[in-house]
Design a protein around this ligand. Sequence first.
Ligand code: SF4
Length: 47
Amino acid sequence: MLEALRIWFHRLTGRRFLCDTCRYDYPGACHRPERPNAVSCPDYRRR
Ligand code: SF4
């Protein structure tokens, strides 16, 4: 429920998720459960 609210909030404010611009945003590279909707991530690398 909290996660759904967070996704809704970020859609509403026009913010994108970190995964959208992360070089690891594909299943072979990232096994985090928050992908593709991470809003904070210690492994984030801009591609
Ligand atoms: S490393 Fe983090 S930001 Fe990158 S795709 Fe995975 S969850 Fe998203």
